[in-house]
Design a protein around this ligand. Structure first.
Ligand code: S3P
Length: 433
């Protein structure tokens, strides 16, 4: 356990960069591992989740290493070339890592066991094992469908057409990745759009992919071209800095090179509607992704009702939106987000309980929460429940609370945002052990 405390700080000032995008980092490693030849990746997130995916891909036969300049090199095995792993693949805390790799393994003639930490071992996996079974893969584990699970990949995979029952980019991507080593055309039908990093990176690596309305068609067993990737900074990580600047008087920060893929910017849109002074500068495209520098200044926020249909574009950002909401006049209503209950923790329950223990007025709903403008007063030790985003959100709350806010375990932040405390403090925050 590694307690951290944050206290009321002065204005936040400076130009900073946050680590690479987690979703794109996982996908860059996976695509590089499936390509023939050497791919390089700059700006890779070196958080525990992504390093876990790199380790698993090495176990599956790819050669992956970092050079002295901080760039990552991947020598892929080619489609169909995955090796039989010699030990269980421990994916730590990472839902993205495990679900995407299960998809990849499902259509290779190998057997792999996936496991993870206590949080990951309680998360639902049937959402991927059910469609992957249709390709011909076999799964053995417990009745409830949680890790550890052993996947016996199909010898002769069959292409499938599958309509997603939940709005989940992880499930969509697992099926698309299974389609890579499947002859013919695999189709995913997505009625509620989710982040499209897989679609973009498939195109970038030369996979024939066609998008027709809700249908995503992937043609399998085509050789991937090794590519060089530049991973933009993670908008989900930038969100902690953005909210911190919005709620801390006098703040003015610039965060460079942030991914602004429209499927990820729901929180920015919401904060702007709440009165947040957030500007995109120098908008550009890099390696198939939209990127900008983001300037944020302290703002007087007002509560709003967040449109439920916006949820997929900000699904990871509700914990930090709750913190902005405590500083916004009136009420902020967040509904239609029952998926938050199966993230790294039950984010609805954990946020509601944590906020209440800090004196914030908050109401829990089955499918969300309503947060009212409140003066937060800190707490003994907020339970982070192995959830990095809960940990960072409560540390941001401490910057504007009456008394310091302490979290019980800051080590979980390493999964997605190594250097969070140092970076926050470099712009003027007060976070300490
Ligand atoms: C992710 C998809 C989302 C998100 C997660 C990353 C991805 O999960 O919460 O942090 O990279 O595909 P779901 O697919 O479960 O919504």
């Amino acid at each position: 356990m590694n307690q951290l405390t944050s206290s009321k700080s002065g204005s936040l000032k400076g130009t900073i960069t946050v680590p690479g995008d987690k979703s794109i980092s996982h996908r860059s490693l996976i695509m590089g591992a499936m390509a023939v030849g050497e791919s390089t990746v700059t700006g890779l997130l070196e958080g525990e989740d992504v390093l876990g995916t790199a380790a698993a891909l090495r176990e599956l036969g790819a050669d992956i290493y970092k050079d002295d300049y901080g760039n990552w090199h991947i020598h892929g095995v080619g489609i169909g070339g995955l090796n039989q792993p010699q030990k269980p693949l421990d994916m730590g805390n990472s839902g993205t890592g495990v679900r995407l790799l299960m998809g990849l393994v499902a259509t290779h003639p190998i057997t792999a066991t996936f496991t993870g930490d206590e949080s990951l071992c309680s998360r639902p996996m049937k959402r991927v094992t059910i469609p992957l079974t249709d390709f011909g893969a076999q799964f053995s584990g417990n009745e409830v469908g949680t890790l550890p699970i052993t996947v016996k990949g199909a010898n002769m995979p069959m292409p499938i057409s599958y309509k997603l029952p939940v709005a989940s980019a992880q499930v969509k991507s697992a099926i698309m990745l299974a389609g890579l080593n499947t002859p013919g055309i695999t189709t995913v039908i997505e009625t509620i759009p989710t982040r499209d990093h897989s679609e973009r990176i498939f195109k970038y690596f030369g996979v024939p992919i066609q998008i027709e309305g809700d249908n995503i068609h992937v043609t399998g067993q085509v050789e991937l071209k090794a590519r060089n990737m530049a991973v933009p900074a993670d908008p989900s990580s930038a969100s902690f800095l953005i909210v911190a600047a919005l709620i801390t008087e006098g703040s003015d920060i610039l965060i460079s090179n942030v991914g602004i893929n429209p499927a990820r910017t729901g929180l920015f849109k919401t904060l702007i509607e709440m009165g947040g002074d957030i500007k995109f500068e120098n908008e550009r495209q890099e390696c198939g992704e939209d990127v900008a520098d983001i300037r944020v200044k302290f703002s007087n926020l007002k509560g709003i009702t967040v449109p439920p249909e916006r949820a997929p574009s900000m699904i990871d950002e509700y914990p930090i939106l709750c913190i902005a909401a405590t500083c916004a006049t009136g009420k902020t209503v967040m509904r239609g987000i029952e998926e938050l209950r199966v993230k790294e923790s039950d984010r609805i329950a954990i946020m509601v309980n944590g906020l209440k223990s800090c004196g914030v007025t908050v109401e829990e709903h089955d499918d969300g929460m309503t947060v009212s403008n409140s003066v937060a007063y800190g707490n003994e030790a907020i339970k982070t429940s192995l959830d990095h985003r809960i940990a960072m959100s409560f540390l941001v709350l401490g910057l504007c609370a009456e008394k310091p806010v302490t979290i019980d375990d800051g080590s979980v932040i390493e999964t997605s945002f190594p250097g969070f405390v140092e970076l926050m403090n470099s712009v003027g925050a007060r976070i300490y052990p």
